[in-house]
Ligand binder design. Structure first.
Ligand SMILES: [Zn+2]
Length: 352
């Protein structure tokens, strides 16, 4: 009897152990619960000028703007080259902090080190912040310009993929989003910048390139619509710099002013009066996800874009409050005197 009892107990223990191992294995095998983390798609159109948005045939952008919080007076950082500006956009830091002073980093040129370096040897990006603080997040980066991948931690995204050409890049990105619903997807498109360098900014060839980029934005918007995800997904369209003549490295407003257009849940459609800088993009993404950028970052979330900021991802500590207010009345917003023609944008937006 005793032996039988012991045998039964032994069998139970073995069965329990097998079940436990099976449970652990199945937990590993199953996709992890991604939780209710938001979905953000950033479409960065290299070299898209404010003038380009205003004058090109861009029906999809206009439709997006009509339901977005937007400004055409956002600013990049100096110098108005691609790498410093993309880096500021994804780190929330200025050139002074991240130290990417030119495209020379592609040749391993380092003029000065960043004020803060992570294991990848760079100023931490919002991709790394999301990966660290919400490890289960799905992050994807598709880039048309190969140099973009050197600006972020290669192990932060689930997918970091270079594609040839803007059409292909957006096609692959849309397919990936449909199949994987990443929390954060960044799409870099290069065709507008290429047109600017080849034929100059602000001419018919350039505007045609902007019109093509508009179609690419449309591919993403159509994909979201088809998946009934338009209302639940943040879409941010912006650029690294504008341009004038055949370049974008002069100290002129046409180079440094960029469009910044954010649609999504709880967004107040209309013109953002508060100042917006490209480094605020990383801070705004971080804020949407309820994560923190490094304390060395200077970007602030663009709270003016949100309907009820306090009920969003997290409450914002006073010291890191975003730019939710218009500038002081005594100060003159510097858009005055330098704004490009926006008349054909304003009729699309009742809040203008
Ligand atoms: Zn660029």
């Amino acid at each position: 009897m005793k032996m039988q009892r012991e045998l039964r107990w032994g069998m139970r223990i073995i069965a329990t152990a097998i079940l436990s191992v099976a449970w652990v294995l199945s937990a590993w095998a199953q996709p992890q619960d991604r939780g209710p983390a938001p979905h953000v798609i950033v479409i960065g159109i290299d070299g898209l000028s404010v003038d380009g948005v205003a004058k090109a045939k861009a029906p999809r952008l206009r439709e997006l703007i009509s339901r977005s919080a937007w400004t055409m007076e956002a600013r990049g950082v100096m110098p108005t080259l691609s790498s410093p500006n993309w880096t500021s956009m994804i780190t929330g830091a200025g050139t002074e902090q991240h130290g990417v002073t030119s495209n020379g980093h592609l040749r391993h040129l380092v003029e000065f080190q960043p004020v803060l370096r992570n294991a990848a040897g760079i100023f931490p990006t919002v991709f790394a912040a999301l990966r660290t603080q919400i490890p289960t997040s799905r992050i994807a980066v598709f880039h048309d310009w190969p140099g973009f991948s050197d600006l972020l931690e290669k192990d932060a995204p689930d997918v970091l993929q270079h594609e040839h050409g803007a059409a292909r890049t957006v096609e692959v990105a849309a397919k990936y989003w449909s199949e994987n619903r990443p929390n954060l997807m960044f799409i870099h498109l290069d065709n507008v910048d290429q047109a600017g360098h080849e034929n100059g900014w602000g001419n018919s060839t350039y505007y045609e390139a902007v019109a093509r980029a508009d179609c690419y934005v449309g591919v993403i918007l159509d994909m979201l619509e088809k998946l009934s995800a338009t209302q639940s997904t943040f879409v941010l369209v912006t650029s690294d710099h504008g341009g004038k003549g055949r370049s974008h490295e002069k100290n002129v407003l046409e180079d440094i002013q960029i469009p910044w257009v954010l649609s999504g849940p709880e967004i107040i459609a209309g013109h953002i009066v508060a100042p917006v800088y490209t480094f605020d993009t990383a801070a705004t993404i971080a804020w949407i996800f309820g994560i923190n950028l490094s304390e060395y970052a200077i970007g602030r979330p663009v709270l003016a874009a949100f309907r009820s900021p306090t009920t969003m991802a997290r409450s914002v500590p006073a010291e890191s409050a975003g730019r939710s207010c218009a500038p002081d009345r005594g100060l003159i917003p510097t858009g005055a005197g330098g704004s490009p023609p926006l008349a054909n944008l304003s009729h699309n937006n009742q809040h203008n």
